[in-house]
Ligand binder design. Sequence first.
Ligand code: SF4
Length: 472
Amino acid sequence: MTDNASRYTEYFPYPLPRQGQSEMMTEIETAVDTGVNICAEAPNGFGKTCVTLSAILPWIKENAGKVLYCARTHRQLDRVMEEMLEISRHQDVSGVSFRGRRHMCLNQFVLENADIVAPISEVCGQLKATGRCSYYEKLKKTGDPDELLEDLAGKVLTAPEIVKLGESKAMCPYEMAKRLAKVVDVVALSYLYVFDPWILEVFIPELGTPPSKMVLVQDEAHNVPATALDSASDSLTVRVVRQATREVGDGPYRDTTSFEFCRALTRRMLELTSDMRENGEKTVDPQEIVDSVTATAGLDSTDRVLHHMKEHGLEIKKSLLKAGKFPRSSIHRVGDFLLEWVKCAKREDFAFFLANMIESGEGKRVSLDRVALNPTSVTSPILSMVHSSVAVSGTLSPLDAYAEMLGLGSDVVKATFRSPFAMKNRLGLVVHGLDTTFQNRSSSMYQRITDHCLAVASVTPGNTGIFTASYS
Ligand code: SF4
């Protein structure tokens, strides 16, 4: 432990830390000072967000660093800013919470048309590059990020506040948040920004702070393994392949090579699923599938064909954009997916499937899937870049297993903090017959939940806080 591991007291915004909070702040501050990762478990209601921020901020301020505070839901991200606001009442600290473009973009043309074939990030990039987004053009004319921050009433802003500001100035809120992220101490953002390799590659350099001066917080870290695996997995449906076949079969974007390949790929996918049961999947060899499709289509090089399709798709998008239309290209999506599919084919941390699913309302869904198997291979790129990482959660037991799954390294500090509330004041109850799953949410279920809450509140001396799952 370093001698000065109590600088957190300058940042902790409340009169007195509760039992356990000082210990947790000391552990985190020491780990961050020494540049090691820490995995900490503390119960709900402990005050983990405030404790974590107060313990990391001293190192961040002394080293001109930046906290990347990752959480899963928008509510959790805004919560980080609420604690930052408290800290900012007596310390010069700044922060922004970030959301994806879908929640911060003002361009209706993009919002109404973006989908999996034409993701919002890609279309936004094309509009910016060609000067076709007025919200971005207006933002470009503002001064540097420091000036932007100085102009604002406060230095701690949630994503909804930035959206309001963007709307009032007709400037892109997403790009505004990105600019502000360069100059603030804490950026609260979704896990996707740090675990999606494609986003990570672009996003981190744009922040302008060397990763060695960043501390990564993984809030509710028990969610990280599943989120990391999701972000590295992908799938291509036969429906998109058929759309691609139509796109290049006739008309202005006609292309024989792409057409023959997509037609053969559709046939191959349907042939391979013909003997499969419904809702079944089988492992496949990506290279073998695309090579056999190339041969059936009478083409000579898989690699050349896939690159050709992707490039042809790019040309289609450019031409659509030029004509004022939405830049969507299915052939681009097919080429892009298959190039990645084949690139990962030899990796043991991925599995490759052909799936034959029946989906309610959509009928049969045949797809080629790339499924990530090892969360560590997704988390390790960012962990190897940053100064240290703090993983916190209310449910991380067993800590050893989670620390390993999160890729926190062998020298990780593991710490468990108990509830500060006296045992006699804690009563655990399990109620039968209440269900919050989507299909069972009905007015009668809400009424029953409310009745139970009222029953508990009416016999609880003092105030009652109710925690619920947060979906937005
Ligand atoms: S620059 Fe901003 S407003 Fe324009 S398309 Fe991109 S996210 Fe939307």
